[in-house]
Design a protein around this ligand. Structure first.
Ligand SMILES: [Zn+2]
Length: 162
C-alpha cells in the first residue's frame, strides 16, 4: 500500500522539480508571514493583506514543485543557495573579525581602563626614589634640583636629585 503510494508519487513527480532549498525557504517565509498576520489579526481584529503575500509565496513554491523545467528551477535554486551562503559567510566573517579585534568595537570587557588624568599628571610631575635603608618606594617632586627626602617607613633622611 505504502509502496504503491510511493510509486504513484514517483510517477507523478517524474521529471518534475520537487522540493529544493528555495522552495523550503519560500514555504518557511510564507509560514512566518502567515503567523505574523494571524497575530496581527488577533490583536487588531482586522484581516490584513499579508495573507495574500503568504499565499503568493506558496503558489510560487507549488509551481516550482511541479514544474517540469528542472533546468530553470535548478538555476533559480542555485542562485538562491549562493546568495544565502554569501549572507551567512559575511555574517560569520564579521563575527570572526569582531572576535579577533575586540578593540575596534570597544566591547572588550577585559580591557584595563586608562589611568585617570590626575594620576597621569602626578606621575609626570613626580618621580619614584627608593629608600637607601629599607627599600621603601617614595614619590618625590621632580625638577627641584637636589632635595632631601624623609622616608615615611623608617625615617631615614637622604639626599637625591629630582
Ligand atoms: Zn626607609
Amino acid at each position: 500500500m505504502l509502496d504503491k503510494l510511493k510509486n504513484e508519487y514517483k510517477a507523478i513527480m517524474f521529471g518534475r522539480n520537487g522540493m529544493d532549498s528555495l522552495n523550503r525557504a519560500l514555504l518557511g517565509l510564507a509560514a512566518i508571514i502567515a503567523a505574523l498576520q494571524f497575530l496581527y489579526s488577533l490583536i487588531s481584529g482586522r484581516v490584513g493583506g499579508m495573507y495574500a503575500a503568504a499565499i503568493g509565496l506558496v503558489v510560487v513554491a507549488v509551481f516550482r514543485f511541479f514544474s517540469r523545467n528542472t533546468y530553470k528551477r535548478g538555476a533559480e535554486n542555485m542562485m538562491f543557495s549562493q546568495l544565502w551562503a554569501g549572507i551567512k559567510q559575511r555574517r560569520a566573517a564579521s563575527r570572526a573579525s569582531q572576535a579577533a579585534n575586540p578593540y575596534r568595537q570597544n566591547q572588550n570587557p577585559y580591557r584595563t581602563p586608562k589611568p585617570p588624568k590626575a594620576e597621569k599628571d602626578a606621575q609626570r610631575r613626580t618621580k619614584v626614589v627608593v629608600c637607601q635603608k629599607c627599600g621603601q618606594k617614595l614619590r618625590v617632586p621632580k625638577g627641584k634640583g637636589k632635595i632631601r627626602v624623609f622616608c615615611k617607613n623608617c625615617g631615614e633622611a637622604f639626599e637625591t636629585k629630582s
